[in-house]
Design a protein around this ligand. Structure first.
Ligand SMILES: CC(C)(COP(=O)(O)OP(=O)(O)OC[C@H]1O[C@@H](n2cnc3c(N)ncnc32)[C@H](O)[C@@H]1OP(=O)(O)O)[C@@H](O)C(=O)NCCC(=O)NCCS
Length: 177
């Protein structure tokens, strides 16, 4: 990140989530176009990406999920989610999902900032244990290791890349102090 670059990370409530639907969809569609294994297969349209974030906004409204946005000079360039709504016997646990940074904004520390804020927001919501999974060998895996997450192990062939090739997944956890 250049010294002059302004990155703002903030939690998006339901109103702002709706206002930012096109920006969120653009980031998701760009990540899928770039080959990221984040639930979707190619071809994946902007409209499909909007639909995905409409569903996220509904969960934000219900208090089931936190949604964060990263803004560079006011433009949404990254996002991450915290799924709060887990089983009744896991009230202390949350899951991090869909850490996405637009390809044009990568390698400036934006994902790291998003994760630091997501962890703080989860803690503020009373969570003491976080879990996530990510494609084995990708930038995400290095980032989570850097941020002190504990690697559980690898599940071979867990999901598919957008082009249909199988990919392995690494599961991580982190206890919040
Ligand atoms: C994984 C992902 C979120 C990382 O986003 P990012 O904003 O580029 O992440 P960061 O900038 O924090 O770190 C990425 C790399 O840039 C480096 N970096 C950070 N700031 C930097 C700077 N100012 N100058 C040069 N390099 C920098 C980091 O050290 C890191 O290096 P590494 O890959 O060798 O470990 C992004 O690649 C992405 O959206 N991928 C597709 C979706 C995905 O796989 N999500 C994760 C699982 S859901």
């Amino acid at each position: 990140m250049s010294a002059t670059e302004q990155i703002e990370i903030r939690r998006l409530g339901v109103t702002e989530a709706h206002a930012q639907l096109d920006g969120l969809a653009a980031v998701l569609a760009d990540c899928v176009a770039g080959g990221a294994s984040v639930s979707y297969l190619a071809p994946f349209s902007h409209e499909q990406a909007r639909d995905a974030f409409e569903a996220v906004a509904a969960e934000v409204e219900q208090g089931r999920r936190l949604l964060l946005g990263a803004f560079a000079y006011g433009r949404l360039v990254g996002t991450v989610q915290v799924n709060l709504a887990l089983a009744p016997n896991q009230p202390h646990r949350a899951e991090i999902a869909k850490l996405l940074v637009h390809r044009s904004a990568r390698r400036r520390g934006i994902a790291q900032l998003l994760m630091e804020h997501a962890e703080s927001e989860a803690q503020a919501a009373g969570k003491t244990l976080l879990v996530l999974d990510t494609v084995t060998g990708d930038a995400g895996e290095r980032l989570y290791t850097r941020l002190g997450w504990t690697r559980v192990g690898v599940i071979p062939g867990y999901a598919l890349y957008p082009d249909g090739r199988p990919c392995d997944t690494t599961v991580f956890w982190k206890a919040l102090a």
